[in-house]
Design a protein. Structure first.
Length: 311
């Protein structure tokens, strides 16, 4: 027993030292509403991940800071610091493109490709990794980014679903909404967040009576079996994501999820974002003046709702 005690204490100390590295990058918006949306989503994730505690290392790149050079430097820094027992989460927000060969995330200056990201992330030794690609054409990045020990989520099932996505909105919402905690263990896993966001995305298109232009998928076995939409005990798909906890709800971390006022603001924010998406969809049938006025009013209201949420 005396010989086992030091080993037990050593193992426990190793668990205590496990840390999480969160890298979020919000790329080019191209239009004011997208710029505001992407920046706010990145800021929300920054706040959520920093609330994880002292074991979280959070790096958020948005606006002019979201360059290929800064992202490369950040991922190299994580590779130098992360240990095998740590977790690594990379979230991509914005517009993506796919030319049939490689996926690219649109950034200020040179874009970054899925191949670039795969090479950079390959140098990170954390044994549990998650890449969440919420952009258009994100399905085109799955095959390149997937590997053993890494879960990859894409907002689109392939690279040809190239319209702007709404998946990111509900992914961020999932990490703040206790209803995403399906097993009621006061934590939200990557799989729970995916299920919540995918369901809410489908409901959005149904409510708008629009043909869905995005279908979220994931893979987390790294066996090259292709992307799926539901977890499977037979194939093991979803096991890694189910065990990778992103946030925990406690006395300090569940403020948004447990506050009725915050929940109301989240609902208002969702309605405003849906309104903005509807305006873009109806733009061709509106006069330029009418479109500009309604879009400006919606963006101002959204900014105010975000400001209240951040208080």
């Amino acid at each position: 027993m005396r010989r086992l005690l030091p080993l037990l204490l050593l193992a426990m100390s190793g668990i205590a030292r496990a840390e999480s590295y969160y890298v979020t990058v919000a790329g080019l918006g191209g239009e004011p509403d997208y710029e505001q949306r992407f920046t706010h989503q990145a800021a929300d994730l920054d706040r959520i991940f920093k609330a994880v505690g002292s074991t979280a290392h959070v790096f958020t790149l948005a606006g002019k800071d979201a360059t290929r050079a800064r992202l490369t430097s950040t991922l190299r820094g994580v590779a130098a610091a992360a240990k095998p027992e740590d977790d690594f989460v990379l979230t991509l927000i914005g517009h993506g493109t796919y030319d049939g060969v490689d996926y690219k995330l649109n950034l200020p200056g040179p874009d970054v490709t899925a191949t670039d990201l795969a090479q950079l992330c390959a140098k990170i030794v954390a044994k549990r990794q998650l890449i969440v690609n919420t952009t258009s054409s994100s399905g085109g990045s799955l095959g390149v980014l997937a590997k053993k020990g890494r879960a990859v989520i894409a907002a689109t099932k392939n690279g040809t679903e190239k319209n702007a996505t709404v998946f990111a909105r509900y992914w961020v919402e999932a990490l703040q909404d206790a209803r995403a905690d399906m097993d009621k263990n006061e934590s939200i896993s990557a799989l729970e967040a995916f299920q919540y966001a995918a369901t809410k995305t489908a409901e959005f298109y149904d409510s708008q009576k629009r043909l869905a232009t995005e279908h979220a998928v994931f893979t987390d076995t790294g066996n090259g079996g292709g992307a799926v939409r539901v977890a499977s005990r037979d194939t093991g798909e979803g096991r890694l994501m189910a065990n990778l906890v992103l946030v925990r709800f406690g006395t300090e971390r569940g403020a948004v999820a447990s506050s009725p006022a915050k929940r109301t603001l989240l609902a208002k924010k969702e309605q405003l974002e849906a309104r903005i998406d509807t305006l873009k969809y109806q733009r061709a049938a509106m006069s330029p003046q009418e479109y500009k006025q309604q879009m400006t009013e919606s963006l101002v209201a959204l900014a105010k709702a975000q400001e209240e949420l951040d208080k």
